[in-house]
Ligand binder design. Structure first.
Ligand code: G3P
Length: 218
């Protein structure tokens, strides 16, 4: 299973990469805005900065919602760095754009996916990744992880290569449940990744080992 960090914050990306377990980064317009990155040139520079930290896939999202605009923007983004994956919303023009990019060998992440049907269209169009939003489904009392499991099952049944990238992960338990559901990738906040390390028996065991060592060795 691959781990991506879901942020545009360079310090957090550096910290996660430094842990030695990071495979990539996902961003979106809200995460870029959170870092105060304004203007296309600055945004492009920021994507390149991210790519220079992480030797892995970096999702950069198009803002256009029409086919022509998505193609123009996506081609510019893809030309920034070989690690860029063009992130496209799962709407009719987005699916057409995914098909275009896939035929040109440009990798894509089809985002804002909330149903098995959307995931099927993304895979048929040749998306590299599909991003079901786990937390946002949970927010409206649906089961986000269950959707991840259904997409994984459907892709296996029909033999699609598209990777299931569990997104809108809010906490560590989401990651664990997505692993159990068979997600290929989870994109997570830094705190949720760090949370995987927490276990009281690890802390207690380590303390006991050190106490025993000191008792004998002084
Ligand atoms: O990967 C998508 C993610 O950034 C959305 O997360 O917490 O805004 O639903 P959230």
């Amino acid at each position: 299973m691959k781990f991506f960090i879901d942020t545009a914050n360079l310090d957090q990306i550096r910290e996660a990469y430094g842990m030695g377990v990071l495979d990539g980064v996902t961003t979106n317009p809200s995460l870029m805005a959170k870092e105060g990155i304004k203007g296309v040139e600055n945004q492009h520079r920021h994507y390149v900065d991210i790519c220079n930290i992480v030797q892995g896939d970096v999702s950069a999202e198009v803002i256009a919602t029409g086919y022509e605009g998505m193609i123009e923007e996506g081609e510019e983004l893809a030309a920034l760095n070989p690690h860029i994956v063009v992130k496209v919303p799962c709407i009719a023009d987005g699916i057409k754009a995914v098909k275009y990019f896939s035929e040109k060998g440009i990798r894509t992440n089809c985002t804002l996916v909330f149903s098995v049907g959307q995931a099927l269209l993304a895979a048929k169009a040749g998306a590299t990744y599909v991003s079901p939003f786990v937390g946002r489904l949970d927010d409206i009392c649906e089961d986000g992880v269950a959707l991840v499991g259904k997409i994984v099952e459907m892709y296996r049944y029909y033999g699609y290569d598209t990777q299931v990238l569990a997104a809108s992960i809010r906490h560590t338990a989401h990651i664990i449940r997505c692993i159990e559901a068979g997600a290929d990738v989870a994109t997570c906040p830094l705190a949720a990744i760090k949370g995987l390390l927490n276990h009281p028996l690890t802390d207690a065991g380590l303390m006991k080992f050190l106490e025993d060592y000191k008792r004998v060795n002084g």
